[in-house]
Design a protein around this ligand. Structure first.
Ligand SMILES: Nc1ncnc2c1ncn2[C@@H]1O[C@H](COP(=O)(O)OP(=O)(O)O)[C@@H](O)[C@H]1O
Ligand SMILES: [Mg+2]
Length: 346
């Protein structure tokens, strides 16, 4: 796809996140929920593309009619859930595959593998990528002891994202607390739960841009400048989304500035993770670096948050890709549906 050609782009997003028409900017200190959709759409227009935004979530026929009505050259896929279920992101990509439309971001298979926090860890371990040891607690199954795991454990949803259900109580130090938190997760989120060994240490993010040879951007870090002593460094729901909590704990994202050898190690792990899970488009790999120098992958996020000022776009900027250039690059990486389905043409 040429960088200069004006394309008909259909931005596909959650129906509640279509930016209100006529809005030209927003307050950076109080960003609206639709800021990613706004930032991407504005960048696409500034690049000279003809942009339509279509919101969908509950009715697949609406999605189909938007595609039919606009006959886009490419779909910019910001729709990361359907029927409010994040694991349906793969179905959205699959539908675009069947429609044989080029679309940005990850292919359905990569989405499927990365979404499952247990399966993805098994695959990564088979590729010699260090991951925390874990146990799965299926919904509806009787609670069993977490044999062979060392406390503290952190209890998460197996398939949810954006730290849904993650709070300080997610960190458990004994079996009773584990059973209680697992039951809570089953009830509150209606998904399987996963308990992982908690790895204390620095929280690192490695952004990867696809292509024949994926490019790893400079490592980013989530820093807590005012964390009380003995408090766990966890990117909880509140840490990610509550400005008040962010201010209280001094939460910021910035370049990790690792020694060169460590930066290379992160990049190597990020590339291995990318290819082991068959990712495409763009992704962010979450890692932990322990004081002893252990570097483990927590999860891979295909189609990560793309708003301006978030770690992915900031890491891209640090690598010389300003925001519009990043968005253009993601468009250029869009593949016709059928090709994106295979690992051979990433
Ligand atoms: N095994 C772990 N050890 C240490 N911290 C963890 C672990 N698992 C999760 N966390 C913390 O919880 C956050 C969210 O977990 P993650 O697996 O990335 O789920 P999500 O998909 O919700 O982002 C991480 O960014 C990290 O701060
Ligand atoms: Mg994460």
């Amino acid at each position: 796809m040429s960088a200069r050609r004006s394309l008909a782009v259909l931005v596909l997003c959650h129906e509640a996140l279509v930016p209100p028409s006529g809005v030209r900017s927003y307050d950076r200190r109080k960003p609206p929920e639709w800021r990613t959709e706004f930032d991407v759409t504005r960048a696409l227009r500034a690049l000279g593309h003809r942009v339509t935004v279509a919101g969908a979530q509950h009715d697949v026929t609406e999605l189909l009619s938007a595609v039919r009505a606009h006959a886009p050259d490419v779909v910019f896929n910001l729709l990361v859930e359907f029927h409010s279920t994040p694991s349906y992101d793969q179905h959205v990509a699959s539908l675009l595959e069947l429609l044989q439309l080029p679309y940005t971001g990850c292919n359905p298979r990569g989405l499927t593998l990365a979404r499952d926090k247990a399966l993805s860890k098994q695959i990564l371990a088979a590729h010699d990528v260090d991951v925390p040891r874990f146990a799965v607690f299926e919904r509806g199954a009787r609670f069993r002891r977490a044999r062979g795991l060392a406390y503290p454990l952190i209890v998460k949803s197996r398939t949810e994202e954006a730290s849904l259900g993650l709070a300080r109580a997610s960190l458990v130090t004994n079996e009773r607390a584990l059973a209680r938190r697992v039951a809570f997760m089953h009830e509150a989120l209606d998904t399987d739960a996963i308990a992982e060994e908690y790895l204390d240490g620095r929280e690192l993010y490695s952004a990867v841009l696809g292509g024949a040879r994926p490019r790893v951007l400079p490592t980013w870090e989530l820093v807590f400048t005012k964390l009380p002593r003995h408090a766990a460094r966890i990117a909880t729901r509140a840490v990610k989304f509550s400005p008040a909590v962010q201010r209280r704990l001094g939460v910021t994202n910035r370049a990790a500035r690792l020694p060169a050898a460590l930066e290379r190690r992160v990049a190597h792990i990020a590339r291995t993770t990318w290819s082991a899970l068959g990712l495409s488009g763009y992704a962010r790999i979450d890692l932990r670096l322990t004081p002893a120098g252990r570097l483990a992958v927590l999860e891979a996020n295909p189609n990560p948050e793309l708003a301006r000022g978030e770690d992915f776009s900031d890491a891209a900027r640090a690598a010389g890709l300003a925001y519009p250039a990043l968005i253009q690059r993601l468009l250029a990486l869009a593949r016709p549906g059928t090709a994106a389905a295979t690992r051979l043409d990433r």
